[in-house]
Write a protein that binds this ligand. Structure first.
Ligand SMILES: [Zn+2]
Length: 265
C-alpha cells in the first residue's frame, strides 16, 4: 500500500509541476533558465578580523588590520606564506590601556578597541590624511565622507604639503601590491594616541568601486573604527556585492561621536 501511495503522490507532484509549467510558460517558449546559486542566495559576509603583529626596530609593536576580499582564512594563509606573524581567528591583538573609554559600539558599528586619537589641545582630534596614491584611488572623496562625522575632524592633504604639526595628527595613505585576497591594511601601535597610523591600499583595485569602498574602509580604521557587520557601511569586510554601500553609515558616525565625546567645534 505504501508503495502505491508513493507512486500516486509522485504522479500528483509531476502533474502539479506540469500544470504550473503550462500556466507560467507561453506555448512554444523555452522554460526560464534556473538561477545560479549565487544569485538565488547571496553568500554570507565573512566579517572576520585578520591581524598581523610585528615588533619594529624601535621596540614598538605594530598591529596591522587587513581588509580581505571575502575569505579571511585565505588571506591568513597568504600572509603566513609571506612570513608574517598572523593571529588566528578570534584571537585578540595585544591592546593597550591608552583609552580610558570602554570599547564603544552602536547598532552594527564598533570602535577598533583600544585605539583612539588624542585631542592634541583641540575640541575634536584633528586627523590629516596625506595622500601618496596614484590616480584611481579616491582618497579625496573618502576623506570628504568622513569629514561629515561628529567627534573627529578628517582633512585631506597631498603628501608634499607635509604634516602641519601643532597637535594635529597625520596618516600617510599609500598603495602597495598584495595578492588578490587583500584590499588594504591599516597599521596602528597600542598605547600611541598620537600615532603613527599608516594606511595601504591594494594597487589591483585602482579605478574600481572596490577602491572607493576599500579607501573609505581603511580611513575609517585610521579614525578609530572596527568592522561594521552591515553592508550599509564601507566598514564591512569583503568584496562589494550588489547594493553594498561604498560609504560610512550614520552608525559609524555615532560610534566616532561616542569615542570622541567632547563637544566639537
Ligand atoms: Zn578592516
Amino acid at each position: 500500500m505504501k508503495g502505491i501511495h508513493r507512486q500516486l503522490a509522485t504522479a500528483a507532484a509531476v502533474l502539479a509541476a506540469l500544470t504550473i509549467g503550462l500556466i507560467g510558460t507561453p506555448a512554444g517558449a523555452a522554460p526560464p533558465a534556473a538561477k545560479p546559486d549565487s544569485a538565488a542566495k547571496p553568500a554570507a559576509v565573512d566579517n572576520d578580523d585578520v591581524y598581523t603583529v610585528e615588533r619594529l626596530a624601535n621596540g614598538q609593536t605594530r598591529i596591522g588590520l587587513h581588509q580581505h576580499a571575502g575569505n579571511a582564512e585565505a588571506l591568513r594563509r597568504d600572509l603566513r606564506a609571506a612570513g608574517k606573524n598572523v593571529l588566528s581567528a578570534g584571537q585578540a591583538p595585544p591592546g593597550g590601556s591608552m583609552s580610558p573609554l570602554a570599547c564603544v559600539s552602536y547598532g552594527t558599528a564598533v570602535q577598533w578597541c583600544d585605539h583612539a586619537w588624542g585631542y592634541g589641545g583641540f575640541n575634536d582630534p584633528q586627523v590629516y590624511f596625506l595622500d601618496h596614491t596614484p590616480a584611481g584611488f579616491p582618497v579625496t572623496a573618502a576623506v570628504a565622507d568622513w569629514y561629515q562625522s561628529p567627534g573627529i575632524d578628517a582633512y585631506y592633504r597631498w603628501h608634499t604639503a607635509g604634516c602641519p604639526g601643532g597637535g594635529r595628527h597625520c596618516v600617510h595613505v599609500r598603495t602597495y601590491s598584495p595578492g588578490p585576497n587583500e584590499f588594504g591594511v591599516t597599521y596602528w601601535s597600542p598605547n600611541a594616541p598620537n600615532g603613527p597610523v599608516d594606511v595601504y591600499l591594494a594597487n589591483h583595485m585602482a579605478g574600481t568601486n572596490q577602491a572607493r569602498k576599500s579607501t573609505c574602509h581603511e580611513l575609517g580604521h585610521a579614525l578609530g573604527l572596527g568592522h561594521n557587520s552591515s553592508t550599509n557601511s564601507c566598514m564591512v569586510q569583503g568584496r562589494i556585492g550588489a547594493g553594498w554601500s561604498l560609504r560610512p553609515s550614520s552608525q559609524d558616525f555615532e560610534v566616532l561621536n561616542r569615542v570622541y565625546p567632547r563637544p566639537g567645534t
